[in-house]
Ligand binder design. Sequence first.
Ligand code: HGY
Ligand code: MN
Ligand code: MN
Length: 445
Amino acid sequence: MVTPAGHTLTIDQDRLWSDLTGLAAITEPDRPWTRRSFSPRFLEGRAFLTRRFQEAGLAVRLDAAGNLIGRLAGQDPQAPVIMIGSHSDTVPSGGRFDGVAGVLAGLEIIRAAADAGIRFNHTIEIVDFLAEEPSDYGLSCVGSRGMAGVLSEDLLGLGGPGGETLAAAIDRIGGDVSRLHEAKRDDVAAFLELHIEQGPVLECTGTDVGIVTAIAGVTRLEIVFKGATGHAGTVPMPGRRDASVAAAKAILAVRDTAATMAAGDNGYFAGTTGVVDILPGGANVIPGESRIIADLRCERRDTVTAFLATIKPQLERIADSEGCELATRLLSDNPPADCDTDLRRLLEAMSEAMGISSLSLTSGAGHDAAFVSRIAPAAMVFVPCRGGLSHCPEEWSEPGQIATGTDLLFKVVQNFDARNSRGILRDKQIDGVRPDDATAPRHTG
Ligand code: HGY
Ligand code: MN
Ligand code: MN
């Protein structure tokens, strides 16, 4: 098939799109494109993926961190793993492509290789990482943290709905935190993640794919104010200790401080308050407690450090002015992650060999690749999404756009596999990659 951009595909666009549509149909009926991690709907989505993985000849397992892994053994039992993956959970009323495009792109590569009679030297693994989105336990990237060996006891003890801990939730969906150490990997030669850009750059510049240079650091700060609940009608205005007013002032302080950081010479920075809980939540009750979560993104670690040092005294002044107590807690605090330069170079070379346009860009969104990059060389390829919209029902990417990105990954996997069959992670030949090497599929079976 030839895409609208004129690229002749070696993967099956219709088969890939059919899976994207099939998985998208598994959603909370009243909130399109919603499969919250750990929920029954999420588990339905996993059952769908398990069937598709097995139909493609993959050996399927759940690792101890709750990651769904499809494995195709390579011809060389000594060679390390080439891993391709992303996530199938969503934000509430989120996107139908965020995460799933990367998981299904990996599956399509497996099937396209089989169709072409290609047998890889490396073992190939396709991964659906558990809970990449901020879960109801307050943590994101749960499975990829587990694979990176950084899912600490503190994090496992985070509480969620009905008082269930994150550890119990992982066990409930098939992981096994008593064996969590087994989820940590040291046998991955390369990790590749395809993802929609979730921003406007590729669409605005008319570029086929984005090659990610670095993934923004993500820090989430929980801010709790405790005042005094009371009758909305009988308590006089002076002297109220209204926690909702403190929260309102704090939301503005987060926005203004982040805007100042973003405008300075600090690299990419963003601050958002997406969670606002006002308790007890009665229209005629003065809120005695409020909880907000500030989501901070940084390209440079020192900027988020400066933000936290700046916002803390502001929050204390707000608490004093509203007669509230203040408590803050870092729910997560992860530094920016660089993508692997050799893999980026290979992505650039294969894009050129395919005749598709590419540009390099930083990811303001967090991704599982940020954690996997702690245990293996990792790279990401972005495909355009309409209007740069994401984390909303309007999220959309064209079949040809996703297929082009998938085809690029297919070429990269073939090239990397051919040049690194003994797990030589830094094969110098990658620098001198010859396009003809990349496009000619190898028939070894
Ligand atoms: O929040 C993020 O950046 C990602 O979409 N989970
Ligand atoms: Mn997301
Ligand atoms: Mn995502």
